[in-house]
Design a protein around this ligand. Structure first.
Ligand code: FES
Length: 162
């Protein structure tokens, strides 16, 4: 065994070296090979769900968002839940009503997550803005992926991190 180990080690190192050489050459040929390799490597080790969800909308109703007793605008939670259910969105676009998600100084806050990242919105204070989010979620569900946010909501994009 002792005599075969160095050989195996050299062989393993050679395989890795060959792998990187091959990858480097692929990278020269196409810019898409790097993400592809990373995806294959990470997917092997991740749990999977049977659900096929294109995104999740987290509507904050915490200490400030929707706190009408503090003079903050209402969050139409029951209406949203009912409409989400009535339009059959739940299986493809998750709706979550949440406690505080952080930026309380710009209530009402909504976070939209998908496999491509997250978008945050703040100052969603009018019923029509929630209606616009609902209709956008329905159009996105029909399209099978998140569409661009409606123009009227783009002014509400929020950067939550610094
Ligand atoms: S209560 Fe909504 S961000 Fe804090």
């Amino acid at each position: 065994m002792a005599s075969t180990w160095p050989f195996m080690r050299r062989t393993r190192e050679s395989i890795f070296a060959l792998f990187f050489v091959v990858c480097d050459n692929f990278v020269l040929l196409t810019n898409n090979i790097d993400p592809y390799i990373i995806e294959v490597e990470t997917e092997k080790h991740m749990l999977e769900t049977k659900r096929r969800v294109i995104g999740q909308m987290i509507v904050c109703q915490g200490c400030c968002c929707g706190a009408t007793h503090k003079g903050r605008p209402e969050v139409p939670v029951e209406w949203l839940k009912e409409e989400w259910r009535r339009r059959g969105l739940l299986k493809r676009f998750q709706l979550s009503i949440s406690g505080c998600i952080g930026p309380c100084d710009v209530p009402n806050v909504v976070e939209i997550s998908s496999e491509t990242g997250s978008q945050w919105l703040g100052n969603i204070t009018e019923f029509n803005q929630y209606r616009s989010l609902l209709e956008w979620a329905e159009r996105s569900t029909d399209a099978g992926h998140l569409l661009d946010l409606p123009r009227e909501l783009k002014d509400h994009l929020l950067r939550p991190w610094r």
